[in-house]
Design a protein around this ligand. Structure first.
Ligand code: FAD
Length: 457
């Protein structure tokens, strides 16, 4: 029983689609964030569920760790093979299998990216709304229970995955869920798998909910004197039932980074970026009413437009936010934090975090999905200065503690990976032990993405 014998058997199964080249191992040993290079022993590129099933059976026989890989954009070192073994890259399982416009659902392979799916859906008048910014794979998004700018209206991956096909650690293939919009038939295995970060099995198919492309869209931006007024305004807008499709905030440091990166002039102040979906009349009315409400909270005039180019430019700015912030400190690496609190606690959480960051000496612009109570600090550290990485980790640690103290969670969307495992006990108590028991029941050898999410044996 060894990794080497498993890899020899997988090489017989996949031929050249099992790679041990240094460049492939390095590419699959890197993360978007600050985690050290952790190359696996090999990278496999299966093309079908049957190949994944055979690969997992070989790994079970020889005790070889198996870690899934989508687009590699996760931020907490999720996909790094910390115990070695084989990384299963789903890039070749990238087909949209069936679109069913009448039922508004679609079945895809896990390597399809969200942008590729929306491109494929273009002619149908439907779209898949979950938008984590990065062009992530749908398999990876399901496994991290991703969400993003549109969650306030369309929900997270939890709300938009109807069913999955999963290869379990012992090589069995199961289907979870159905295409029905609801079911009362037993334990919800789809919900168990979504957010499991590849620790319970490898996903080889997903059935997803689709939504109608809105007839019209309007989007706009305004500045606030301080973060507290911006958050209070958002709470009022939500309470008044104005249906926002996106509502994002950025702090003054992020606005400065945006201006430097994009050339689009923004005041150095907290801003809200907002989008409305509906009919041409309703999106205009929503934008007008939003402008009136935020003006009562000291906001600058709400500049909005229903023109597609202007809307795209606004969201390109937001989607490039991470890279704009990274560019604000040349040569830096980012520790990206992620906390989520009840919206009534959001202003306090942001203000306390800003004060903590300012006292630390590490730059850390803040941006987030204000409608969900979720925000991120992008802590910029000099890779040559280990003390800065330590300071950033301590800041991130205090943010997670702050989230829990305010009734929230240590991660609203990025997931646990390696970075948040230290908070699982504080957040879940005995519930974390139950997660460990589920893991041991489904993966008694601990081979599926070992070292992540549950208590380590
Ligand atoms: C600039 C930027 C902005 C971001 N913004 C957001 C945001 O707003 N919201 C958000 O939620 N996230 C955000 N992220 C994080 C990231 O995009 C998400 O975590 C995304 O869901 C990861 O998808 P991926 O395909 O890259 O998965 P990967 O990173 O490849 O994998 C993620 C996890 O899933 C497992 N996995 C992947 N595929 C499978 C499979 N088929 N079967 C079993 N396990 C599998 C991996 O082992 C790993 O544990 C951002 C990242 C970047 C770089």
């Amino acid at each position: 029983m060894s990794i080497a014998t498993a890899l020899d058997a997988i090489a017989l199964l996949l031929g050249e689609r099992l790679s041990r080249s240094k460049s492939e191992l390095t590419a699959h040993g890197r993360s978007e964030s600050y985690f050290p290079l952790t190359p696996p022993d090999a990278v496999a590129y299966p093309e079908s569920t049957e190949e994944v099933q055979a690969l997992v059976a070989i790994c079970a026989e020889h005790g070889c760790p198996v870690t899934g890989w989508g687009a590699g954009t996760s931020l907490e070192g999720h996909g790094l093979a910390v115990r070695g073994g084989v990384v299963v890259d789903f890039a070749r399982m990238n087909k949209v299998l069936e679109i069913r416009p009448t039922d508004m659902d679609v079945t895809v392979q896990p390597g399809v990216t969200r942008e590729a799916l929306n491109e494929e859906l273009r002619a149908t008048g439907l779209f898949f709304p979950v938008d984590p910014g990065a062009n992530a794979s749908l398999g990876g998004m399901a496994m991290t229970r991703a969400s993003g700018t549109t969650t306030v209206r369309y929900g997270t991956m939890r709300d938009n995955v109807l069913g999955l096909q999963v290869v379990l650690a012992d090589g069995r293939v199961i289907r979870t869920g159905t295409r029905a919009r609801k079911s009362a038939a037993g334990y919800d295995l789809t919900a168990l798998m979504v957010g499991s970060e590849g620790t319970l099995g490898l996903v080889t198919e997903l059935t997803l909910r689709l939504h109608g492309v809105p007839e019209a869209t309007s989007a706009g931006i305004c500045a606030f004197p301080d973060m507290g007024s911006a958050v209070t305004a958002v709470m009022e807008v939500i309470q008044m039932g104005i249906p926002m499709a996106r509502i994002e905030f950025v702090d003054d440091a992020t606005a400065r980074a945006f201006t430097a990166y994009s050339g689009m002039e923004m005041a150095e102040a907290p801003h809200l970026l907002v989008e409305f979906h509906g009919s041409p009349e309703s999106v205009a009315q929503d934008a007008e009413r939003f402008g009136e409400i935020v003006a009562d909270h000291g906001a600058s005039p709400f500049r909005w437009s229903a023109r597609e180019e202007e809307r795209r430019a606004l969201w390109a700015l937001r989607h490039n936010g991470y890279y704009a912030i990274l560019a604000a400190r040349k040569g830096s690496r980012a520790v990206v934090t992620d906390m989520c609190v009840p919206i009534s606690q959001l202003a306090r959480a942001v203000e306390e975090t800003q004060a903590d960051i300012a006292a630390s000496g590490v730059p850390g612009p803040i941006l987030g999905h204000v409608g969900d109570g979720n925000f991120h600090a992008v802590l910029l550290v000099d890779p040559e200065q280990p003390a800065e990485l330590e300071t950033a980790k301590q800041l991130s640690h205090r943010m997670a503690e702050r989230a829990l103290a305010l009734g929230g969670t240590c991660t609203g969307e990025h997931g646990v990976g390696q970075g948040k495992i230290g908070f699982m006990e504080a957040e879940h108590g005995a519930g974390w032990d139950v997660m460990g028991e589920i893991k041991r029941a489904l993966d008694p050898q601990g081979l599926m993405n070992p070292g992540k999410l549950v208590r380590q044996g």
